[in-house]
Design a protein around this ligand. Structure first.
Ligand SMILES: [Zn+2]
Length: 159
């Protein structure tokens, strides 16, 4: 019985994440291009692992997961503004979650790694890995969940 329930849950999870893609608006963002050597020097080892090697932070209630101050979240690698604090919500999934990104700042890439079909989200300026987008966000807003690694972002408080 337990097995059937687990398979059912897995099927729902996979089907809801398969085509979670939002139309990206055509806004030009200045490209940031650096060599891997330069990124390695500028980023912490964990930031480099997540942003440049498409790694994932361990799920946690620390970092920015439960951070709800007013301000903006920038790309930790190139400083591009990505998310506003007003888009952040409590998803209880262990990663910072947003229901929307600032227009044109996030790109969507089909990701077939780890035996799953997901939509990866990357920074439009430096192509750094941010996380993935899913269709299980708040229904009262966009219905999207931008599931972002704390290591990929940097919070800037509003003045
Ligand atoms: Zn960036």
């Amino acid at each position: 019985m337990k097995h059937i329930t687990l398979i059912g849950i897995l099927t729902i999870c996979i089907s809801t994440t398969a085509f979670a893609q939002k139309k990206s608006k055509e806004i030009m963002v200045k490209k940031t291009v650096k060599t891997e050597e330069e990124w390695k020097k500028e980023l912490t080892p964990q930031q480099y692992f997540v942003i440049r090697q498409k790694g994932t932070d361990a799920p946690s209630e620390d970092g920015y997961t439960n951070h709800f101050e007013k301000g903006t979240y920038h790309c930790a690698a190139c400083e591009l503004q990505l998310f506003k604090s007003g888009s952040k919500f409590r998803s209880h999934c262990g990663w910072p979650s947003f229901d929307d990104a600032i227009d044109g700042t996030v790109k969507y890439v089909l990701d077939k790694s780890h035996g799953m079909i997901r939509t990866e989200i990357i920074c439009a300026s430096c192509d750094g890995h941010l996380g993935h987008i899913f269709d299980d966000g708040p229904v009262e807003t966009t219905g999207k969940r931008y599931c972002v690694n704390t290591s990929s972002i940097k919070f800037v408080k509003s003045k």
